[in-house]
Design a protein around this ligand. Structure first.
Ligand code: AMP
Length: 560
């Protein structure tokens, strides 16, 4: 298949926002490919030169690319910058420049069209060029590639090389397209993608071996698996309840998740997004080599940066370490990291994911010598759990994870087997601006409250959340009477009230959300007190809410 057909497909994808149309265009395209082309084509459509978990990196900067483009087209740096300013996109800018350069078109007329596999071969050669003179070699390879490309091909080659596809076709839609192209149920494709960690590889397997191939799919060392994720719980008590009264709490460390693959003396480490971060963590590689007993294992853990006194360093420091590929030796001294393991999902040819948590944890303990595991407390006592949470926070960690004792490891799923519990943020004083009638026992009562913060600039009250939690039945009854007295309008089952009543509200997180005009929403909001001692003018402002949001965001920016 010609690369230009892939470029046209991407151009059509870019031009539409209709998801169904995108899926059917991609599915039709995939059906026309031969087996060898499937993986490279899907990787490229998703804006990647190689499969997602592939350790090879092109290591080509925009500066290098623009040098090659200038050389090929005779364009000045100024024109190139202007094209970029006009289009706001490197690929589109490159296309524009190539279209304006006559010379380029003449050469491409005589050339054999580029094929998808040829493009992959060149990209492989670019990635593999290393050592002295590699920069020039990379440039020459790219020059020969772009020199043979049509402007529209240049656009997508550049996008693939800089990793910015922006067609709006995400991995989820690609899974649907693959399911359609190969007539395999979407669920099967999704499950397989969790194991392969990559839709391109799943599709290639489908093409080669049909859905039977997917069923036989197993763990493979050095092919990362999508990590199991956690939902949020309000507090330790809620986590205990969800897990049937007893659960395993672990410290939730504020670091970076890593998945470690070991086979003999060879170790590779993947981030939560399944990129290969082995090079940034040579010290961890050494620890794994020396202290993990099984010959073959896939382990999961968290690395945190630690300060001189042994306490965790803020997350940003760890990120500096992760971004670094060169001069890593100095970084190891500057930002020492510590590894805490919390799971083992594969050992000596055997998948452990269907074993219950407790058993995996036991196997993990046996598999390592002298590597810390995340601190754990198995309990049915919410007071004890609350205490454990305090302790985690006091030691500078993020909170706790609650893990259902008999739960399997389900790759890629954000379910309730794992629950994260964080310390509530500082409470806010908010104003009730509307209320809804409850149902069942609360029928006839205004029991669901819209909570707003004041905008300092306009004086307007902007809703940031809604809750039916926190008040006793008597308080709700009383509140209903008070709200009815200050009601200004009924819209369906919502009663709009004058902003008069202030309540103190606890919550676990502030999120950006399109739901309210304020653009923000509280998660797990609950009323902790009625603040009749406060006027609406004394309530917290939207500006303060934004500040708290920003602060939590800083802490949360993570590598993966
Ligand atoms: P979140 O990123 O807030 O969804 O929380 C899930 C993340 O917490 C995981 O991906 C890990 O990086 C991290 N984490 C920290 N400590 C643990 C632990 N003990 N068990 C599992 N994940 C943990």
């Amino acid at each position: 298949m010609r690369f230009r057909d892939l470029a046209y497909l991407c151009e059509h994808l870019e031009a539409t926002t209709k998801r169904n149309l995108m899926v059917s265009m991609v599915a039709d395209f995939l059906k026309r490919l031969n087996k060898e082309e499937i993986e490279p084509a899907i990787s490229m459509i998703l804006g990647r030169p190689f499969p997602k978990w592939d350790p090879r990196k092109l290591d080509v900067s925009w500066a290098t690319l623009s040098k090659v483009i200038q050389r090929l087209t005779g364009t000045s740096w100024r024109d190139l910058s202007a094209a970029f300013r006009n289009t706001g996109d490197l690929g589109a800018a490159a296309k524009m420049i190539f279209e304006n350069s006559r010379m380029q078109r003449q050469t491409t007329l005589f050339e054999k069209p580029l094929s998808i596999l040829e493009v992959r071969n060149v990209l492989e050669a670019v990635a593999e060029a290393s050592g002295p003179g590699s920069r020039e070699r990379k440039e020459r390879l790219i020059e020969s590639l772009l020199g043979r490309a049509l402007p529209i091909e240049v656009k997508y080659l550049v996008k693939i090389m800089v990793g910015e596809m922006r067609t709006g076709l995400q991995e989820g839609l690609m899974e649907t397209a693959v399911s359609k192209a190969f007539s395999v149920p979407l669920k099967k494709i999704q499950v397989a993608s969790m194991l392969t960690g990559d839709i391109a590889e799943t599709a290639a397997l489908c093409a080669k071996e049909g859905s039977g191939g997917l069923l036989r799919l197993e763990f493979k060392i050095f092919r990362p698996v999508k990590p199991m994720l956690a939902q949020m719980a309000e507090d330790p008590e809620a986590a205990l309840k969800e897990h049937g009264g007893k659960t395993a709490f672990e410290y939730k460390l504020d670091g970076a998740r890593i998945q470690i693959h070991k086979s003999g003396g060879k170790v590779r480490i993947f981030s939560r997004r399944l990129t290969d971060v082995t090079k940034s963590l040579p010290d961890i590689v050494e620890i794994i080599r020396q202290r993990v007993k099984p010959d073959e294992a896939i382990l999961e853990g968290e690395v945190i940066a630690v300060g001189k006194n042994g306490n965790p360093l803020p997350f940003q420091h760890l990120m500096r370490r992760f971004r670094r590929v060169y001069s890593i030796e100095r970084m190891i001294e500057e930002i020492p990291v510590e590894l805490y393991l919390f799971d083992i999902i594969y050992m000596n040819g055997e998948s452990l994911i269907s074993l219950p948590y407790l058993e995996r944890r036991r196997k993990l303990e046996e598999a390592v010598s002298d590597i810390s595991l995340t601190k754990q407390l198995i309990t049915s006592d919410s007071k004890e759990a609350e205490h454990f949470l305090e302790e985690a926070i006091n030691e500078g960690h993020e909170g706790l994870m609650a893990k259902r004792l008999n739960s399997p490891y389900i790759p890629g799923i954000r379910g309730k087997h794992w629950l994260k519990v964080k310390k509530t943020l500082e409470p806010l004083d908010l104003v009730i601006v509307a209320a809804e009638y409850g149902t069942g026992r609360r029928h006839g009562w205004l029991s669901d409250y819209y909570l707003a913060a004041r905008d300092e600039d306009t004086g307007e009250f902007l809703t940031i959340g809604k809750t039916f939690k926190g008040l006793t039945d008597r308080e709700i009854e009383e509140m209903t009477k008070r709200l009815k007295q200050i009601a200004v309008e009924e819209r369906g089952h919502i009663v709009i009230v004058k902003p008069r009543i202030v309540v103190e509200v606890a919550y676990n997180e502030i999120q950006k959300s399109p739901k309210y005009k304020s653009g923000m929403a509280l998660r797990f909001a609950r009323i902790t007190r009625i603040r009749d001692d406060k006027d609406p003018e004394d309530a917290d402002t939207i500006q303060r809410v934004r500040q708290i949001y920003e602060r939590q965001f800083l802490r949360k920016s993570r590598l993966s």
